[in-house]
Design a protein around this ligand. Structure first.
Ligand code: FEO
Length: 402
């Protein structure tokens, strides 16, 4: 976003990053991204909504200067303090030493250790507070867990513009910055969905709260912190409707209990098959799919795991540990949504058999509800072992139904 005019008082002054392909180390961004920041000018005061990644701060300054060469930033409104938005604060404070920073109370706790300036006091705003810039009024709307605990929206009453931070955003980069200027619509909508899934899907209840907050306001423009600005009559209504649909809990008729495993010589796989039989005997209508993790895309498996009612993990032991694909799968677990999820671990081993222990430890750290007894088999499962694997499946199913 190279200084996009939104209204006479509001300009986008953020920065485009079309070449980004991975965000925060793990999130693929095949369409690049933008770090959106907005200048809001009243008759008396000027506010900047959010900053940009620290590597792009010079471009932010250049855009501010181009829009308003002699402007002084009186207020920096930090809707959310993840470093892609808070990275430029130190330089801004150096340049505008009298600038006041406003954030939610939680945001102020984060900012204290982002700014690291003992003599600087961050001002906090409560839900519903307003700030008059002189004919232009900012209203602050707390939006916790959209997607951090500190998140809030800022609304400009006169212009009906909502600065929603990450909410309704997308890692998508085109030069003009608006929904109605998007050239590659299909790709934008793909990015919009991917962003929701990666950032907001663990926070469905909060997404619905955020949409409710929006409905109380007369919003004609949503200016997010990434991707195109959304406007009424173009993509805004579709965006809201999609968030409503995506955040509505899915009511399933059947319990989904996937089993994920690795198997070097087929032993752990045979155990998986027999555990599945045991579960099915207790819960006949359960959907029990088995996945050899090396045969599937990890992102797809992670989605199945994260949306399951319960799941099991099986791994042989190599080098005193579970195999790396199992740890990689668990690295994709959505920790918040996974709390108390019934889980169990199993595996065949040759020497010491630590795989189950390590999977169990990770699952415990994720605060899942780990079945007390792991199911381990030494080398090749005998007929007796396989009968016991069925019993393990039965016992797990009975335990999770309690
Ligand atoms: Fe775009 Fe949550 O930072």
């Amino acid at each position: 976003m190279a200084h996009t005019k939104i209204t006479p008082q509001i300009s986008g002054v953020g920065v485009l990053n079309p070449n980004m392909r991975v965000f925060d180390i793990i999130m693929k961004t095949e369409y690049g991204t933008s770090y959106n920041a907005y200048l809001v000018r009243g008759c008396e005061k000027t506010a900047l909504i959010d900053t940009v990644h620290k590597d792009y701060i010079d471009y932010l300054f250049a855009n501010i200067k181009e829009v308003a060469p002699d402007v002084t930033i009186d207020y920096l409104i930090m809707n959310h303090n993840e470093p892609d938005h808070s990275g430029g604060i130190a330089e801004l404070l150096d340049y505008y030493p009298n600038m006041k920073i406003l954030s939610s109370k939680t945001g102020s706790v984060f900012l204290k250790d982002i700014i690291n300036r003992d003599d600087y006091v961050i001002e906090t705003v409560s839900d519903g507070d307003t700030l008059d810039l002189g004919g232009t009024t900012l209203r602050f709307v707390h939006a916790p867990f959209l997607h951090w605990a500190d998140s809030m929206f800022t609304y400009v009453e006169q212009d009906k513009v909502l600065f929603s931070c990450d909410f309704l955003g997308a890692h998508y980069c085109e030069p003009q910055g608006y929904d109605h200027t998007v050239v590659y619509q299909k790709e934008f909508e793909h990015a919009f969905l991917g962003y929701y899934e990666a950032i907001f899907s663990p926070f469905q209840k909060h997404v619905r709260n955020g949409l409710d907050q929006m409905k109380k306001l007369d919003v004609e423009i949503v200016a997010p912190s990434h991707g195109p600005i959304l406007t009424k009559g173009c993509f805004l209504e579709k965006a809201v409707s999609r968030y409503e649909s995506w955040s509505t809990p899915v009511v399933r008729e059947e319990r989904v209990i996937p089993i994920f495993y690795c198997s070097a010589y087929g032993n752990t796989e045979r155990v998986a098959n027999h555990i599945a039989q045991g579960i099915q005997q207790v819960i006949p209508d359960a959907a029990i799919q088995k996945y050899n993790v090396i045969e599937h895309d990890v992102a797809k498996l992670a989605k199945i795991m994260n949306e399951s009612d319960a799941f099991l993990l099986g791994s042989p032991t190599i080098n005193r540990d579970a195999l790396p694909p199992m740890h990689i799968l668990l690295a994709h677990a959505e920790a918040i949504g996974m709390a108390k999820r019934p889980v169990s671990v199993f595996g065949s081993y040759g020497w010491s058999g630590e795989a189950c222990k390590h999977l169990r430890n990770r699952l415990s750290d994720l605060k899942t509800n780990v079945y007390p007894d792991d199911f381990r088999v030494h080398f090749i499962p005998s007929e007796q072992d396989l009968k016991q694997a069925v019993c393990h499946g039965q016992a797990f199913a009975q335990w999770m139904l309690k």
